[in-house]
Write a protein that binds this ligand. Structure first.
Ligand code: SF4
Length: 354
């Protein structure tokens, strides 16, 4: 109720039962910009009343300076408003608090806020360029049918498609159906898939999934996400891969480690959790694009937007990517798209130009 600066009673607060901690923090906080401006103005008033002209001039000078600063703040606030950046972002306050929350929630701070329509426009351009770079969007796991793809996708966890493609020919030659794999001895499956890592758990999962498929669906992979995620070892990513690739059913977008990384670098999402990343991507792209764009993000992450050393100077998305590390990408984006096409078709064997 009584100002610590002037000792005066604030009439607006006398009618309230409790001024509230927020107000108190603003008045008493020495770091508060508005509190500091108010304090300087009051000091100027006191100086004028006491006739300390020189002091008042000095304070007036400061007041003028702070007036200019306020105008600059107002200008940058207006600019920040146009580009959607909160003024506290410029002071680092928001970045720090977001960094803290990122640790807790997996949500990353945006370097610069972007409004929804600008992000949607960028998503259209990203789709155009990625479609040019990867016209034949595909899953790189070799398979003949939905069941083989399901097994291969379970095996691909924490492994590479290349390794999985090395072991699955022997596995499917030996156990060509879900019923055959379900009846196979655990130790034999483990020996066949050992190279993919976590082979004991994977062997259990593919056997149990095959058993359930054989018992409940006569060995045929169901066509709904709900039915698929009930199978052992099958989560949303595997279900999306199988439904999209084997049946061309757009149940969502495939988000693996590559797709998630690319989406975050392109600032199409702020999340680490694949389910949240998928939700953000699905909101940006048409349902008819979900399957192919999912594959494109995976392939782009695998061959160009590498985890440790992204090939930004060779990336056709460099101009529309906020995380691009290349000030001068090589050639036009169509030339870079063509080079990416060669690299993807050769499964990464194309000579690198960077
Ligand atoms: S510009 Fe760089 S960071 Fe952005 S998508 Fe391309 S490779 Fe990845």
């Amino acid at each position: 109720m009584i100002s610590r600066v002037t000792g005066a009673v604030n009439p607006r607060l006398t009618s309230l039962p409790w001024p509230g901690p927020r107000y108190c923090r603003r008045v008493s906080s020495p770091k508060s910009t508005s509190g500091g401006t108010r304090e300087r103005a009051r000091a100027t008033q006191r100086a004028r009343k006491s006739g300390a002209l020189s002091s008042a001039r000095t304070s007036g000078g400061k007041a003028r300076t702070s007036g200019r600063a306020s105008a600059a703040d107002a200008h940058s606030s207006a600019r920040a408003g146009r580009i959607g950046v909160h003024s506290s972002e410029r002071t680092g306050t928001r970045t720090r608090s977001n960094a803290t929350s990122a640790g807790r929630t997996g949500v990353r701070p945006r370097a610069k806020s972007e409004n929804a329509s600008s992000r949607a426009s960028r998503a259209i351009e990203i789709e155009r360029r990625l479609t040019s770079a990867i016209p034949e969007a595909r899953c790189e796991l070799d398979h003949d049918d939905a069941w083989q793809l399901l097994v291969a996708t379970i095996l691909s966890a924490q492994s590479t498609d290349r390794t999985v493609n090395r072991v699955t020919p022997q596995l499917f030659a030996r156990y060509p159906t879900a019923a055959a794999l379900a009846a196979a001895p655990q130790s034999e499956i483990e020996a066949l898939i050992k190279a993919t890592g976590f082979f004991r758990n994977k062997a259990k999962a593919i056997r149990a999934a095959s058993q359930l498929l054989a018992d409940r669906y006569a060995g045929v992979v169901p066509r709904t996400l709900e039915a698929l995620i009930e199978l052992p070892g099958v989560a949303r990513k595997t279900a999306n891969v199988v439904l999209g690739t084997a049946y061309r059913i757009a149940s969502g977008m495939t988000v693996d480690t590559h797709a998630g990384r690319v989406a975050r670098r392109l600032q199409l999402t702020q999340h680490d959790d694949p389910v949240h990343v998928e939700r953000d991507l699905c909101a940006l792209f048409a349902v008819s694009s979900w399957i192919d764009m999912g594959h494109r993000f995976v392939l782009h992450g695998r061959y160009v937007c590498l985890a440790r050393k992204p090939r930004c100077s060779e990336c056709p998305l460099a101009e529309v990517c906020p995380a691009s590390e290349s000030a001068a990408p090589s050639g036009t984006w169509t030339e870079r798209a063509e080079r990416e096409r060669g690299r993807v078709e050769a499964r990464g064997e194309a000579p690198s130009t960077d």
